[in-house]
Write a protein that binds this ligand. Structure first.
Ligand code: FES
Length: 161
């Protein structure tokens, strides 16, 4: 269930915590396993993470279901996490979200027909100075405009061909 590559990545996070505290790496471990499983976590995947970190399955499930950055159904290859909190909202995030929805032909929470992209509205991602902004994977995209959105989305589509 967890690939050797994912285990190596998880081990890097486990090494950051004191001996016997490997469960502290659960958030990153879930993220790594999610990335390897079509960007979503099944009950079995969550249990596999718990087993690997030697922690109760319910504790890993609590983390996986509490935070919005984990998915529990297929959501497409790329999740655009669009901040709609105060700084981003005041700098035009709402209009840009509507623009993005129209461009992709989906509403937030939906997956594009080609199963490539979904859009989530999220709370502040701590990059207010670059508002409006969104996150894809580990990358932040700041000071967004409609032109920048076109460039980013078209780039994602090109990369996936
Ligand atoms: S309000 Fe959008 S990053 Fe802080």
């Amino acid at each position: 269930m967890i690939s050797n590559k994912a285990k190596k990545q998880i081990d890097i996070w486990v090494a950051k915590y004191p001996e016997g505290r490997q469960s502290s790496a659960v958030m990153e471990a879930l993220k790594i396993v999610q990335a390897e499983n079509d960007n979503s976590l099944t009950t079995e995947a969550i249990q596999a993470v718990a087993d690997y970190l030697d922690m109760p399955g319910i504790a890993a499930a609590e983390v996986a279901t509490f935070y919005e950055n984990y998915n529990h159904k297929p959501v497409g290859k790329h999740t655009i996490r669009f901040c709609h909190n105060i700084s981003c909202m005041l700098n035009g995030a709402d209009d840009l979200i509507v623009y993005l929805e129209k461009k992709l032909g989906v509403k937030t929470g939906e997956v594009t027909k080609d199963s490539l992209i979904n859009v989530k509205k999220v709370e502040c991602l701590g990059a207010c100075v670059g508002a409006p902004m969104f996150q894809i994977g580990d990358q932040y995209y700041e000071n967004l405009t409609t032109d920048k959105i076109d460039e980013i989305v078209d780039g994602l589509r090109k990369k996936s061909k």
